[in-house]
Design a protein around this ligand. Sequence first.
Ligand SMILES: [Zn+2]
Length: 143
Amino acid sequence: MSTNSQNSYPLPQPTGFTKKFWDACQDKVLTVYACKNCDHTFLPGGPACPQCWSPDLVSQPVSGLGTVFSFVVYQRTYHPAIPAPYVVALIELEEGPKLISNIIGCAPKDVEIGMSVRVHFETKDGFLLPRFTPLNPDNKSEG
Ligand SMILES: [Zn+2]
């Protein structure tokens, strides 16, 4: 066991159900799972569609655009590799599915529910993780 292991970044441990998602992230592609039976899209991966229970699923690329559905600001450091403050957010993707990630590229105090964000892949110990950054940091009402 490495003596540095407690300080290294805690990376995801892909399983059979989540491996396609994490493999696509390593190519900087954000994906969701799509049901071939009812077209429902969802995250995270699992053995069956949560809407119709079909096991016939495919991995499907998405735009990487979304909005902040909810968030919390961590003011305390729980892991030495993840210093506070940082934002953990529930992101609602443009295509519908939601995922938990971090908001980076702006101060935690500037994060708002409903804020438009886009995916940004960040490298931690050689592994690409999907984070989200503000889409229009200087003009929230653009469009
Ligand atoms: Zn389905």
